[in-house]
Design a binder for this molecule. Sequence first.
Ligand code: KIV
Length: 282
Amino acid sequence: MRVTIRDIQKLKDRGERIPMITAYDYTSAQLADRAGVPLILVGDSLGMVVLGHTSTVPVTLDEMLHHIKAVVRGSQQALVVGDLPFLTYTSAEHAIVSAGRVMQEAGAQAVKLEGGTTVAPTVARLVALGVPVMGHIGYTPQSEHQIGRRIQGRQAAEASRLIEDALALEAAGAFAIVLELVPAPLAQAITSRLHIPTIGIGAGVACDGQVQVWHDLLGLYSDFTPRHTRRYANLAETINAAIIEYSADVRAGTFPAAEHSATMDEATLQAALVQLAPKPHD
Ligand code: KIV
C-alpha cells in the first residue's frame, strides 16, 4: 500500500519530520522506496541533473511523463509527486489536462506546481477534481529568469507576501508546500501558521520535512553544489574510480575472466567450423 496524503498529514500532526527525495528513474526510485522515504518527487530538476540543461525551463511535459512512469514502476510504497513543468498550468483548464496526464498516463499520485496566490484558484480547481497538489513557493526555479536564483523573503514586504502565498495554497486545498531558499525564521513562521506540512529545501530545520535532489545528496552532480545540501555520499568519485578500474582491466585483458563467460565443448565448436568449411568443387 502506498503512502497517501492523509498519511503525510498524520506525520505532521504527530510531530514526525518528513523526508522527501527526488528520483528520475526505476533504479533510483527502487532505492529510495526501499530506504523507506515516504515522498518521492520527480522534479523538473530533471532538466539539469539528468538532461544537462542549465535550468528547469526547457523541460517538457512529455519528458516528465517518461521519467515519472519509470519512478512509479520502481516504487511500491512512496507517494510519487510529479512536477508540472514550465508553462503547463497557465490556466485551470490547462493544469487539469497536464495533471491528468501526470496522474493517468504516468501514474503519479500527486502533482507539484510553483506559485502562491496567483495559482491558488488553479490549485482549488485541481483539488476539487481529486488531484492532490503540493505547492512550491520561495525560490521557484521556473521563474529563474525573472527572480534570479536567490533567497526569497528577506525584505518585510516579500516575507509577508510569502506568508500570504502559503495561506492561500492551504486554503485552496494543497496537501503540502515546498519552501525553497527562504530564511529559516520565515520558514518557521510559515510552518507554525499552517495545518498542512511544509517541506523545506534551503529553508532551515523548522520545516515539517526536507526535500533534496538525488544527485546533490549523493555527490553525483558536479556542475553546482547548493549551500543547502549535505553530501551523504560521494558517488561521483566511487563511480569514476570503478570505471577507471574497469577500463584498465579491459585494456589488460583481465576482464572478462573465465567465470564471466559461457563455455562450449571443443567437439561442438569443431563440428560448427567443419560445417562452415567451403564445399569442394565438383
Ligand atoms: O524540481 C525539483 O527537484 C524541485 C525540488 C528542488 C523541490 O522542485
